[in-house]
Design a protein around this ligand. Structure first.
Ligand code: DON
Length: 321
């Protein structure tokens, strides 16, 4: 029971992974009544999401799977795609080149800030904000935009261990209201930080954001990074162990945007959020949690997903520090 868990946490006698099944159900039950925050609606179709949905999943580094609530409900991955595309880009180009082009420092500003790009001489600063993610998508290998898109879809599907479906409606809905991302793409081009046609790259970036996942998929994808790049469910090596280390360092610094410091201070795990309501948090060597609920706080991070993952980090004793 919860009192028992909290007492165990307070006394340092952590319940641990032997009770993970029960703890996932408990974290889900405990936070399912919270209805604070608001569903994002700047992408029109996201505004239609059912705010009561709430899924939670944990996958451990040996492939054990624990789901609760709406863990198998599909939603568009949105910004969470950025960390996995970043991993694929480092795998292709190596640590130094991607660090120099995209950067690894927090902007302290909102994920879609134009000012952050201007203030830094056109340098996107990190791959988790939209400007840096668009620059990262441009780095994907492939002769043209279609080939880059194919490699992103195949790569993210390998992280998830199943072919991720593409949500055409979400893609078209975002393409209709995508002026700001196109502006970021053009600014990157104007500063010589994006090669190729920026509108085509923004199109691929918008497609990657419209891949559908579940909280369960997010946990498998995160567990692949926890497991040194091998998907613990399928056994497939997706990226190298070095790529996992680089990716998780950047996710820890900027995965929750301007709230990343606060998150790391309170929860102590690298985590990435998306505006449709998903969050994935990774505990290196141990596993990952995926959570989904559409209501967001003012920085664009799902309220229930943060609470549930925070609860699990404490009850499983995952804080890295
Ligand atoms: O580019 C955008 O604005 C969206 N496709 C993704 C933004 C997002 O998920 C921000 N996350 N909290």
């Amino acid at each position: 029971d919860l009192a028992g868990i909290e007492q165990a946490v307070a006394t340092g006698a952590l319940p641990g992974w032997d009770r993970v099944e029960e703890l996932v159900v408990e974290a889900h039950r405990r936070h399912s009544a919270d209805d604070s925050g608001a569903v994002a609606d700047y992408i029109p179709l996201l505004g239609a999401a059912d705010p009561s949905l709430f899924g939670l999943a944990v996958v451990d580094a040996s492939g054990g799977v624990h789901d609760a609530g709406d863990a198998l409900h599909e939603f568009s991955i949105q910004s969470i795609s950025k960390m996995f595309v970043y991993a694929l880009a480092i795998q292709a180009h190596g640590h130094a080149r991607v660090r120099d082009i995209v950067g690894v420092n927090n902007t302290g500003l909102a994920f879609n800030s134009v000012m952050a790009l201007e203030l830094n001489g056109g340098h996107p600063m990190n791959p988790m904000v939209n400007a840096g993610a668009i620059a990262t998508t441009a780095l994907m290998t492939g002769a043209d935009a279609d080939e880059k898109w194919e490699r992103i879809r195949d790569g993210l599907s390998a992280f998830a261990g199943r072919e991720l479906p593409f949500d055409d409606e979400v893609y078209h809905s975002e393409m209709k209201t995508n002026e700001r991302n196109r502006a970021l793409g053009r600014l990157l081009s104007s500063y010589g930080r994006l090669t190729g046609d920026s509108d085509e790259i923004v199109d691929v970036y918008t497609r990657q954001c419209a891949l559908n996942v579940t909280a369960h998929d997010l946990a498998v994808m995160g567990a692949t990074l926890a497991d040194g790049g091998v998907n613990p469910v399928t056994g497939e090596r997706v990226v190298s162990a070095d790529v996992c280390r680089d990716t998780l360092a950047v996710v820890a610094a900027s995965g929750l945007y301007e709230r990343s410091g606060e998150w790391l201070f309170e929860i102590g795990l690298p985590a990435k959020s998306g505006v449709s309501g998903g969050i994935v948090a990774v505990s290196p060597g141990k596993g990952a949690a995926g959570a989904f609920s559409p209501r967001l706080d003012s920085a664009g991070n799902s309220v229930r997903a943060q609470l549930a993952i925070g609860h699990l980090s404490r009850s499983l004793g995952l804080n890295l520090f």
